[in-house]
Design a binder for this molecule. Structure first.
Ligand code: UDP
Length: 466
């Protein structure tokens, strides 16, 4: 057979931590299917690529995507000090050079690069695109309101200072509402991950603070969101700053979900187990791909599930499994299942799921909303989780923060009862269904997201053919 020759070569650059590479790869998969004559190189670290392209996760991988490894920036023989963002900082420090090397390699193998599509966290990629004379398309993967928190970080810092100066106590100043900031009008300072944004020691934090300055250089800004779900003030403001804003819809899922999940995506048997459970009876529990969840809370949650015989499916990373009380898995065998990885998007679409106990990572929130599943939130004080929890409980009203703020046996039992049994839970579920309905319309073939996705494909296919 004759060798396939791609027309264009698009390089995607991932921020290789948490769910970021997973979400970016999902977008790239959608693009690769929509642009079959384009070759995509996916640049991430070796660990991240091994995880993403491993057989169990890369089931529906189009042929026109090729992983390309870049160094993780950890010097040989480096001794870690234990600082939480150390690994990220080492990556960030070396990332511009390492990505340039990766891009050279990809270009040598496949041909010159016609476009860079990158995680928006990688603020230096605009300069690389400029050197290569190609369009730069950053992708904002957290929820839309979080972008505003980054763009207005100076103004938010001023707000904090005002709170401190006019005699407010520290806690009341933290409750100050950010009313003049688009998208954050109902959110207060305490709902933002300020510690993370203000960590002067951290290169990662400094990089995030540059986002507002560099995004206007982008040829288009892609968001994993919907125009219809954005408050108007936020949408108008973002569009005025980034005229090429494209809200292409949630990238980690397909709406509505495909009718028959591929059986080979269910290596851990979650879907067949759910088939045997009652409708809307199961609590799905996951705390995402990074959150270092407090060990005592894992134990408390386990005790609550065991004592109250709550049907549950728990995606618990292998390194945390040892925290479960001795004999827990055996004792709960008849009503629960613990797996190291679940096909979450498909799990949340399953009729047996009644509630999602979540750390409020952006993708998990989107996947719950898309399936009308109420949430019990235990945000970790990291990244955007806390802001998302505020949005879920007080603005969208499609879930609750766990009773007491942290997981205790009694608190989480109360929250589970509230959602599954009480009248308040019924109201929350009906709000969740209403939001799902809105989303189904937004994600319809004639919605903005479909149009924006098409525009994105056109941009990718319009530049410098190979
Ligand atoms: N995920 C999954 N199976 C699991 C755990 C997580 O498919 O067992 C996926 C989940 O569907 C979501 C992503 O991993 O798309 C987690 O992203 P999120 O933004 O929620 O959290 P993060 O990992 O970034 O904290």
């Amino acid at each position: 057979p004759t060798k396939w020759v791609p027309k264009h070569h698009v390089a995607a650059m991932a921020f290789p931590f948490g769910s970021h590479p997973l979400a970016l790869l999902n977008l790239v998969k959608k693009l690769a299917m929509a642009a079959p004559d384009t070759q995509f190189s996916f640049l991430s670290t070796e660990d991240s690529n091994n995880f993403l392209f491993s057989a169990s996760k890369a089931t529906d991988l189009p042929n026109n995507i090729k992983p390309c490894n870049v160094s993780d920036g950890v010097p040989m023989n480096h001794v870690f000090s234990g600082r939480p963002t150390e690994r990220v900082d080492l990556f960030v420090k070396a990332a511009p050079d390492n990505f340039r090397k990766g891009l050279e390699l990809a270009a040598t193998e496949i041909g010159h690069i016609s476009c860079l599509i990158t995680d928006a966290f990688l603020v230096f990629s605009g300069a690389i695109a400029e050197d290569l004379s190609v369009p730069w398309i950053p992708v904002w993967l957290p929820l839309a309101h979080s972008l505003s928190a980054h763009i207005y970080s100076d103004k938010i810092r001023q707000y904090c200072a005002i709170g401190g100066n006019d005699g407010d106590t520290e806690s009341s100043s933290k409750r100050k509402i950010l009313e003049t900031i688009p998208g954050l009008a109902k959110i207060s300072i305490e709902d933002l991950p300020l510690e993370a944004l203000n960590d002067k020691q951290s290169l990662f934090s400094s990089m995030l603070n540059l986002i507002g300055n560099v995004l206007p250089q982008a040829n288009a800004l892609v968001m994993s969101f919907y125009d219809e779900l954005c408050p108007k003030s936020l949408l108008d403001d973002l569009k005025s700053r980034c005229p090429g804003l494209l809200n292409v819809g949630f990238v980690t899922i397909t709406i509505p979900p495909p009718p028959l999940p591929l059986s080979n995506t269910d290596a851990t048997g979650c879907l067949s187990w759910l088939d045997s459970q009652k409708t809307m009876s199961v609590a799905y529990i996951s705390f995402g791909t990074v959150a270092n969840f407090p060990h005592n809370e894992i134990k408390e949650l386990a005790e609550a599930l065991q004592e109250n015989r709550i049907p549950f499916l728990w995606s618990l990373r292998e390194n945390l499994r040892g925290i479960l009380p001795d004999g827990f898995i055996e004792r709960t065998r008849l009503h629960g299942k613990v797996v190291p990885w679940a096909p979450q998007a498909q799990v949340l679409a399953h009729k047996s799921i009644g509630v999602h106990v979540t750390h409020c990572g952006a993708n998990s929130v989107c996947e719950s909303i898309a399936n009308g599943i109420p949430m019990i939130c235990r945000p970790v004080v990291f990244a955007d989780n806390v802001t998302n929890a505020k949005k879920i409980e007080d603005i969208w009203k499609v879930g609750v923060r766990v009773d007491g703020g942290v997981i205790t046996k009694n608190g989480v039992t109360k929250s589970l009862e509230l959602i599954m049994v009480h009248e308040q839970g019924r109201k929350i579920r009906s709000k969740a269904h209403a939001l799902q309905e809105l989303l189904l319309q937004a994600a319809a073939p004639n919605g903005h997201a479909a149009q924006d996705f098409k525009t994105l494909v056109e941009i990718l296919s319009s530049n410098q053919a190979l």
